[in-house]
Design a protein. Structure first.
Length: 163
């Protein structure tokens, strides 16, 4: 016998969507107001195939957290370029060639998604973040009033969605 669908499941229900422009990203050494754009964490799983006679079964393999990218405004003072390069130099100092200890260059960051009244409605904590790329952007005589930006690529060990 066919199962009946509850009409309440089909009707519109009130909801408040999250918006992309309400967030605060906190990372030690970079002021939050500089962060223009950030990616939320994403997770991928490898697949393990188990062969048995003429059948294949699949189970979930190890997890991989994808790198994220941040776009920062680059004001004159404080300089986002300087803040990003200071973080990068904790892992590799280009003048001396010295490498750094992971406990110095790996940082935890928080991404907080805000509701319409400024309440925290979602919070991600990314553990063991480290810079993998610092891109200064282009210079252009014909650019007019374009604002300078810095792109910061980050890799991390794992992320926790608190709520």
């Amino acid at each position: 016998m066919a199962e009946l669908i509850d009409p309440n499941d089909l009707m519109f229900k009130k909801f408040q969507p999250k918006t992309q422009n309400r967030f605060i990203l906190t990372v030690d050494g970079i002021p939050s107001f500089m962060i223009k754009k950030a990616a939320r964490p994403s997770l991928k799983f490898a697949t393990i195939t188990l062969d048995h006679i003429n059948t294949k079964r699949k189970i979930q393999g190890s997890a991989t957290w994808d790198p994220i990218s941040l776009t920062l405004y680059d004001p004159i003072v404080p300089s986002a370029a300087q803040a990003c390069m200071e973080w990068a130099r904790l892992g590799y100092e280009s003048v001396t060639g010295r490498a750094g200890y992971a406990d110095l260059y790996k940082k935890d960051i928080k991404i907080q998604i805000l509701g319409p009244i400024g309440d925290k409605v979602e919070e991600w904590e990314l553990k063991g973040c480290m810079p993998t790329e610092v891109t200064g952007g282009d210079l252009d005589w014909s650019g007019g009033d374009n604002i300078m930006e810095i792109t910061l690529g980050l890799d991390y060990d794992y992320a926790i969605l608190h709520y």
